[in-house]
Design a protein around this ligand. Sequence first.
Ligand code: ADP
Length: 322
Amino acid sequence: SEKSLIVSFGEMLIDFVPTVSGVSLAQAPGFLKAPGGAPANVAIAVTRLGGRSAFVGKLGDDEFGCMLADILKQNGVSGEGICFDKGARTALAFVTLRADGEREFMFYRNPSADMLLRPDELDLDLIRSAKVFHYGSISLIVEPCRSAHLKAMEVAKKAGALLSYDPNLRLPLWPSADEARNQILSIWDQADVIKVSDVELEFLTGSNKIDDETALSLWRPTSNLKLLLVTLGENGSRYYTKNFRGAVDAFHVNTIDTTGAGDAFVGALLCKIVADSSILENESKLRETLRFANACGAITTTKKGAIPALPNEADVLTLLKG
Ligand code: ADP
């Protein structure tokens, strides 16, 4: 039978978000629990659109780990690839948008369960059954999850999966900016599809001009890249392939919280690629796909949180018909 599974690899955690916005973490009167972690968001974005996905990662054998595994299950994401660590606890993040407009992060990761995933714990048969293998997270930062990450990529690639990468830069988690840049670029050439945000493009290239030349400088001669996407928030997205490049406008919506927009965009894109991989070579099909992915991103910004805001296909069709 034809493969259709999207396997998403990396971390899942709980974001604690202040009950009021515009305060520092220290001044928050209380917090709401929001499940997140980019790779988990992508896995759920896929199932919500009617696709098949599995999440591979490690959770703590604690209340939060159980909660996260349940959320994946309730959303139809296969949990066969989830491991639980007996000792370490589930990762936690405290995230706020302060009054000065800056995001403030605090992490419980010393170490959290996701960082302790070992190569020998990977469900290799599950990874081999992927049509698309998506990764993109903080699991490159430390061992042993870094080795697990590299092994999973290698196994997926050997089995013929398309590799999809979203660097998801979380700079405060890295020992230094140079280390982050070097590590992200060290796995760059293996990916078939890469999505970066404008901020990541700036960071990786060191250029403050977000234009085609800057984006194309990431198209290294050694790379395997077939499609590079740059997401630009309310300015939509840009695409680059060997043969064509262009931009697709965003949808105008009433934006409340942009968390998860990039993950919704990636989930939508991967669903479409699984259904028809000729999207990567056909510009009009690609533009149609990016319109769909932009719509998914836009809808996700109209509600608070990431997972609760991810759209189903009917929501997207409504926005597309306008
Ligand atoms: P990331 O979350 O990775 O930074 P973006 O915020 O650029 O990614 O969002 C991904 C996509 O979602 C964008 O390319 C765009 O199509 C859509 N999107 C994001 N923010 C908005 C917004 N404020 N209005 C409309 N669409 C948006």
